[in-house]
Design a protein around this ligand. Sequence first.
Ligand code: ZN
Length: 203
Amino acid sequence: MSVLPLPVHEASPRRLADAEWERLERNAAEILSAFGMDLDTPGTRDTPARFLRALYDATAGYDGDPKLLTSFPAEHRGDAQGLIVEGPIGFHALCEHHALPFHGTAHVAYVAGSEIIGISKLTRIVRLYARRFTVQERMGEQIADTLVDLIAPRGVAVHLDAAHLCTQMRGVEEDGSRTVTTVWRGAFAEDADLRREFLLHLR
Ligand code: ZN
């Protein structure tokens, strides 16, 4: 089994000391209370701590994903394969401009070279980059580049379709507006027929 040295996939769990959590809880309480929340009720007393924990869990992508490394390569079939498409893969991310969620679906496709990857790993790659403070464009690029690094496919396509709460919650755009981004690598960048075939799978 060949394991590539890929720092970006390495598990390096974040560690916050208890004293740091307590300081952050005080800061969160100050913000929530200044903005109008009554923190002195049974329902809200623990909200600063819960808020921080939810934010921490929603950004677990920074902890890496050891399972991406340890089981790679999941499968190996020798010669070139056809188009492999996975999706819709649901995801929730946090926009780095407002720290508010954007969420939607990903479709990831590749044309294999000499190696393929377990389908569940594609979901893991999407989650690895979604659960961070990020922007949709970069998230798509990172998913594509990681697949290239892992299995050197002949081509990769990533299509992300998401609703951004930072615009919807503040009335800048109508509810229901979507942001769509696509990333093409290798054969997909060169071959319009291949792009069309991929886009047919999105319907
Ligand atoms: Zn935003």
